[in-house]
Write a protein that binds this ligand. Structure first.
Ligand code: PLP
Length: 384
């Protein structure tokens, strides 16, 4: 088979949307004014930010004044978790609840808070990667300040029952944050119905430029400001607005939502073809995470007797761009905390392969992966 280039790492970052980049470009060139400027060039930028905020709010069922632009998912998660912890501490509440499979942006923030007098309950997941709202209900105490559970997992693509969790938190008067970085633009999200107090999103996961995200903060939620400085973002997140990136995020989100049903229908078929094909043709190859409630573009496999890093290098030589664990965990040698939480054996967890598909993935690319990945595994196993 002729070598081709296959991008299968959409969960790390999506292929940028042409439509979003075209819309953003004027704000990098001729309309470069600071959105705080008291002249037409600046006002044009301010208008673009205002329009983008309205568009994003409309896309998510939020009010424009509930959307705060940040530098991305990591910042949004830090803001949400730290501000909620502070809010709790003011009321004498120092207990936080999360899951064992959160992104490091949440987990490492919680770890830091543990050194500052907070206690954290990390809810376990079952071997399919599932967690129930009932677990959250049982973990809440009178001392609980925050529940933070992701909407969809970045490694295994499992979607969590955040609507039920939000309802429980609401009834117990506990703040609820959800890291929806892998969900926004990929599954329907209506924040007017969800009932979460804070929701994190990140533009580059659905086709916008990198370095832009947002935190939704429900009107009335007791959440303090994050970055101190100028009066941007209603004085709650200071710093000159990244106008072009903000514009790109609004456009990419609108586009993703327009195409969501059609894209997901295609991706589901391609995902299942990959799962069925690879687990059948590679001996000792297992799917990580259940098939139910799984993002349409996520495939995560454990391959016995193969080191994940070597596999990625071999696949890269074949033109396939994939990942092992999460992109952010590449620099660390430890196996994925998500796979360990599922009960995957440590050695097996070292041989994990995540293929994440997106709107540009084609059937021919899936055919190519179905042919070349088993070949890569055989070659690596022969080297042992
Ligand atoms: N949360 C989740 C679930 C993610 O997948 C990521 C990125 O991989 C982040 C947070 C961090 O987002 P960003 O890259 O925008 O900082």
């Amino acid at each position: 088979m002729e070598k081709r280039l296959v991008y299968a790492d959409f969960a790390a970052t999506a292929v940028p949307s042409e439509r979003a980049l075209n819309k953003a470009m004027p704000y990098l060139k001729e309309s470069f004014g600071n959105a705080s400027g008291m002249y037409a060039l600046g006002m044009r930028s301010a208008r673009a930010v205002l329009d983008a905020r309205k568009s994003i709010a409309a896309s998510l069922g939020a009010k424009p004044e509930e959307i705060f632009f940040t530098s991305g998912g990591t910042e949004s998660d830090n803001w949400a978790v730290r501000a909620a912890a502070e809010s709790g501490a003011r009321k004498g509440k120092r207990h936080l609840i999360s899951s064992a499979v959160e992104h490091h942006a949440v987990i490492n923030t919680l770890k830091d808070l543990e050194t500052k007098g907070f206690t954290v309950t990390y809810l376990p997941v079952d071997k399919e990667g599932r967690l129930t709202a009932e677990q959250v209900r049982e973990a809440i105490t009178d001392d609980t300040a925050l529940v933070s559970v992701m909407t969809a997992n970045n490694e295994i693509g499992i979607i969590y029952p955040v609507d039920e969790i939000a309802e429980i938190c609401r009834s117990r008067g506990v703040l609820f944050h959800t890291d929806a970085v892998q969900a926004v633009g990929h599954i329907p999200m209506d924040l007017s119905k969800l009932g979460a107090d804070m929701v994190s999103l990140s533009g580059h996961k659905f086709g916008a430029m990198k370095g832009i995200g947002a935190l939704y903060v429900r009107k009335g939620a007791d959440i303090g400001s994050f970055m101190t400085g100028g009066a941007q973002e209603s004085g709650r997140r200071a710093g000159t607005e990244n106008v072009a990136a903000i514009v790109s995020m609004a456009e990419a989100l609108a586009e993703s939502i327009e195409n969501m049903d059609a894209v997901n229908a295609r991706l589901t078929v391609m995902r299942d073809r990959l799962i069925d094909g690879l687990t059948a043709s590679i001996p000792d190859c297992f799917l990580n995470g259940g098939r139910e409630n799984r993002l349409a573009g996520n495939v995560n496999l454990s391959v016995k007797g193969v080191d994940g890093e070597s596999m990625l290098l071999m696949l890269d030589m074949m033109g396939i761009m994939a990942s092992s664990g999460s992109a952010c965990a590449v620099a660390q040698k430890d196996p994925s905390h998500v796979l360990l939480a599922l009960g995957v054996d440590r050695k097996l967890a070292h041989g994990s392969l995540r293929l994440s598909l997106g709107c540009t993935t084609t059937d021919e690319e899936v055919d190519y992966m179905l042919e070349r990945i088993p070949e890569a595994v055989s070659r690596l196993r022969a080297l042992r």
